[in-house]
Design a protein around this ligand. Structure first.
Ligand code: FMN
Length: 331
């Protein structure tokens, strides 16, 4: 049984990548993920806010339009209030990880401005990272900011990061653009070699005891797989980039569906946080068993086998499937 796949320039022994989470912060936990069978890991992110730099670009994006609204500022973390892990420590940990494991290590960087922090990408490369995953989570709150300005912000960051290193760069997207397919195309044109579909936003809530806003990291379930299936299947074979499914990949069935929809690989975070690193071993065993039963000999065979590649009018297909789903519902 051949479980190998290619994700960007990376030859993976199987399609399961451990996504960025607290499990990918240290050599010890990454060794456990490798033992369990992970084909690669994405290190937890280094945030732009954690990088001590002279640039005021981030402050501009976060605060420029909110200074006069005290209540709006309550929703924003002060840059100083971040757990200020020294960026150097992060690079040192990456270096230790690279010396300890054989699987590819993807460094993750999370930022929104085209500021001086981007120079850290080169440091990742020097520390041995095999690729970079870029997470640009920007919530535009300014009523005057037009969609094309938001898109341009993403494109500019991708261009800057890609020109700062010679590593392949993947972009962890969110599905909330008005035209995700075009956004994906723009990101690839800007230099991205891979798209991670999708990030899962933190959960916004209100603490009724303290009467304050809170944001929490959000664990997922298999039922959250839908958006990645939709967009993998729409984008499969349309872009000069690899696709990686993320959000809702928990069981072997999810891995199969993600591959068939067009993903070259998958990422798991919540499932591993919930069930431990050994979950990967179980999923891989189940995956092989299923493939044997159904007489598949390789993962490659399955990639994109149930995508929209051969659908001539994708908009019409999506629209009619949507209508049928609603009209055929029976109580
Ligand atoms: C506790 C926690 C921490 C996370 N940290 C990061 C991070 O540092 N960088 C990042 O890009 N994504 C981070 N994520 C998002 C995950 O990598 C992943 O995209 C998301 O959880 C959806 O995948 P899943 O359904 O497998 O959990 C984190 C998620 C959780 C739950």
């Amino acid at each position: 049984m051949n479980l190998q796949t290619k994700y960007m320039n990376l030859d993976l022994k199987n399609p399961i990548i451990a996504g960025a989470s607290p499990l990918t912060t240290s050599v010890e936990s990454i060794l456990r993920l490798e033992d369990a069978g992970a084909a690669a890991v994405v290190m937890h992110s280094l945030f732009e806010e954690q990088i001590n730099h002279e640039s005021l670009a981030l402050d501009h994006f976060l605060y420029a339009n909110n200074e006069s609204y005290a209540e709006a500022l309550d929703f924003l973390p002060e840059t100083g209030s971040f757990n200020n892990i020294d960026a150097q420590q992060h690079i040192d940990e990456l270096s230790r990880i690279k010396k300890s494991v054989d699987i590819p290590v993807i460094a993750s960087i999370n930022g929104v401005s085209s500021g001086g922090w981007i120079k850290y990408v080169k440091r990742f490369e020097e520390a041995g990272a095999d690729a970079i995953e870029l997470n640009i989570t920007y919530i535009p709150t300014d009523l005057n900011m037009k969609p094309d300005a938001v898109e341009q912000l993403y494109v500019d960051v991708v261009k800057d990061v890609c020109s700062s290193c010679s590593l392949p760069v993947s972009v962890k997207m969110n599905p909330y653009f008005s035209a995700p397919a075009n956004m994906a195309y723009q990101l690839v044109e800007a230099g991205a070699s891979g798209l991670v579909l999708f990030d899962n936003p933190v959960r916004v809530d209100i603490d009724l005891e303290n009467l304050s806003p809170i944001q929490r990291a959000n664990l997922t379930y298999s039922s959250r797989l839908s958006e990645t299936l939709r967009w993998n299947s729409i984008l499969y074979n349309k872009l000069d980039a690899s696709l990686c499914a993320s959000t809702g990949v928990h069981e072997y069935e999810d891995v199969l569906k993600a591959l068939m929809s067009g993903a070259n690989a998958v990422q798991m975070a919540s499932a591993l946080l919930q069930d431990g690193e050994g979950h990967i071993t179980r999923v891989l065993q189940d995956l092989e068993r299923w493939m044997e039963e159904k007489e598949y000999s390789s993962v490659e065979q399955m990639i994109g086998s149930i995508s929209l590649e051969h659908t001539s009018n994708r908009d019409a297909y999506e629209r009619s499937s949507y209508m049928q789903a609603l009209q055929s519902y029976k109580r």
